[in-house]
Ligand binder design. Structure first.
Ligand SMILES: Nc1ncnc2c1ncn2[C@@H]1O[C@H](COP(=O)(O)OP(=O)(O)O)[C@@H](O)[C@H]1O
Ligand SMILES: [Mg+2]
Length: 339
């Protein structure tokens, strides 16, 4: 939809933030693509910028509600990361907690592409995977070194409601044979409090620009287990192998590259212990993208779903302790077929 103006309360809020002049009536264009928020491009006199306002109910089939206050934690995530790794985030231009919205720099589509679109096209660029792992590792390391930040992200219950429940617990209800393993993953993840977690590091939330990948959509921000972010993102690289089989070996190389780049920054805990947590959590998330409340839209054939499900259940029952072992297992399933 292209509107001349957005909702009047949004315009008022932008005036209050000083981003729009008193007499100015900028065009606001609603963007599609997100499931959790209203997002507009605002063409103001100062130049284009982007506004994001959280919705009370997500636009997915299963009923899945999350408090609008998550918009505040999203801004807090961006502001915190801007202090440590500024090149990894768009600049925040203003924030209005009363209206539940914030404004950020416009990422021009002429020089930014969604990483998911590249992957869908079979483009497996190890430089992007390296930069994602590198930036994520730096964000985790910088925030792990600032434990006082935990107080800024009291989001345990939101994280449970929008991540642990719809993914891991929901999958456990559908697959009782691994519900105990999934419950154990929920318990361990929820009680591991180490650093600032983004919570939705997915290729659909990563824009690749002239200075590398930028993370968007931080509304699952949580003070917790770094394993969640790495497992969440690596999970997508495994799933993409099934989606675009001809690029499977490239995606698995990206998996390796991202892992190595990330672990170069792990100084806040024993790297092998963290890797073991990632390797255990990843199968839970793998299964969740088939049997949880937010299944990936691109795996629809029963055969494709079964392959993911079978591998996930096997890994949940006999967990691999390293990511290399997990990657090698999956390569046996997906690479042979594409060659
Ligand atoms: N700063 C921005 N500049 C340009 N486009 C943006 C910006 N922020 C978000 N978008 C667009 O909106 C889409 C959804 O944004 P996102 O923050 O992921 O919202 P949701 O929480 O609804 O998924 C992005 O994939 C991108 O296309
Ligand atoms: Mg998003």
């Amino acid at each position: 939809m292209t509107g001349d103006q957005g909702p009047s309360e949004v315009l008022e809020s932008l005036r209050g933030l000083g981003l729009v002049g008193a007499g100015e009536r900028p065009a606001m264009t609603a963007l599609t693509g997100g499931v959790a928020s209203d997002i507009w491009r605002v063409d103001a006199v100062r130049g284009p910028f982007c506004v994001k306002r959280a919705l009370a109910k997500l636009k997915v089939a299963a009923d899945w509600r999350a408090p609008v206050i998550r918009n505040e934690y999203e801004v807090a995530w961006f502001e915190t990361v801007a202090e440590a790794v500024p090149e990894a985030v768009p600049e925040i231009l203003g924030h209005d907690p009363d209206s539940g919205l914030f404004a950020m720099a416009w990422l021009d589509p002429s020089n930014h592409r969604l990483w998911k679109a590249d992957l869908a096209a079979g483009i497996a660029d190890p430089a992007v995977a390296h930069a994602v792992g590198d930036r994520l590792g730096r964000i985790h390391a910088a925030t792990a070194a600032r434990p006082e930040l935990a107080a800024r992200f009291p989001t345990d219950s939101i994280f449970h409601a929008i991540r642990l429940e719809p993914y891991l617990e929901a999958a456990g209800r559908v697959r009782p044979e691994v519900s105990a393993e999934l419950a154990a993953l929920v318990a361990r993840t929820a009680s591991t409090k180490r650093c600032l977690v983004h919570g939705d590091v997915s290729p659909k939330n990563i824009q690749v620009g002239p200075t590398g990948p930028l993370f968007l959509d931080a509304e699952c921000a949580w003070w917790g287990d770094p394993a969640f972010d790495l497992a969440f993102c690596l999970n997508h690289l495994l799933l993409k192998c099934q989606w675009v089989p001809k690029a499977a070996s490239g995606f698995l190389r990206c998996f390796q590259t991202m892992t190595a780049a990330y672990f170069a920054h792990v100084d806040w805990e024993d790297a092998a212990a963290l890797e073991a947590r990632v390797a255990r959590l990843l199968p839970g998330l793998f299964l969740a993208r088939i049997d949880g409340k937010s299944p990936v839209e691109y795996l629809v054939e029963d055969r494709d779903k079964s392959r993911v499900r079978d591998a996930a259940i096997l890994w949940l029952k006999t967990p691999p302790s390293t990511l290399a072992a997990l990657q090698a297992d999956w390569a046996k399933v997906v690479v042979r077929e594409s060659e």
